[in-house]
Design a protein. Structure first.
Length: 196
């Protein structure tokens, strides 16, 4: 019941409540980032979603104008952007993706479209569910994990998703954000691109 319809209701409730509660912070960040990034507070990028259907993900902009979009080089991230990533505040606009039905609160993170041709048949099964703002791989190590391990956690979630598991992931996510666990973002480092 939860997987068929309850999860969608749960997503809409949490996303709508989050947008309402975070509205003052949202407006403040829009104003701040509009100043920092010359009127462009948001970052838009195409990502594969459910059944590999392409959608446009929305995040707060963290990369300087000289940054290479998608590579997430630490040297290209502004001071403001660094703070947003460490606190995960750059993810707030994705609540709108959830409202639109393009994402879920919990699910495998949507990766770059260029990775689609690199997946094995097993790895492609991560697209059998809506991508999430947070997921099992994120609470298990986030950027510290090797790609193979991330995919294993994603596939485990696809097979075992439930209301209880989603609630566990949400609470673990909140805990890790406050404790800044599993976030590998040091000056001069970068997130390796996936290759097979």
């Amino acid at each position: 019941m939860y997987i068929r319809s309850g999860k969608r209701i749960f997503d809409i409730f949490i996303a709508a409540a989050g947008l309402i509660l975070l509205l003052p912070l949202f407006i403040l960040l829009v104003l701040l980032l509009s100043f920092v990034h010359k009127g462009k507070p948001f970052f838009f990028q195409q990502r594969p979603g459910l059944n590999e259907k392409i959608f446009t993900i929305i995040k707060f902009r963290t990369i300087n104008n000289t940054g290479k979009i998608g590579m997430q080089l630490a040297g290209d991230v502004s001071v403001t952007g660094n703070f947003l990533r460490r606190t995960s505040l750059d993810e707030i606009p994705q609540l709108w993706n959830v409202i639109r039905g393009e994402m879920s609160i919990v699910g495998p993170r949507p990766l770059l479209t260029e990775y689609l041709e690199l997946y094995s048949e097993d790895q492609r099964r991560r697209h059998a569910v809506l991508p999430g703002i947070t997921g099992w791989a994120q609470v298990k190590g986030r950027n510290h994990l090797a790609w193979e391990q991330k995919f294993e956690y994603d596939l485990w979630y696809v097979k075992n998703r439930s209301f209880r598991l989603d609630m566990k992931i949400i609470f673990l996510t909140i805990s890790r954000v406050f404790r800044k666990e599993g976030i590998n973002f040091r000056c001069g480092s970068h997130i390796d691109k996936f290759s097979n």
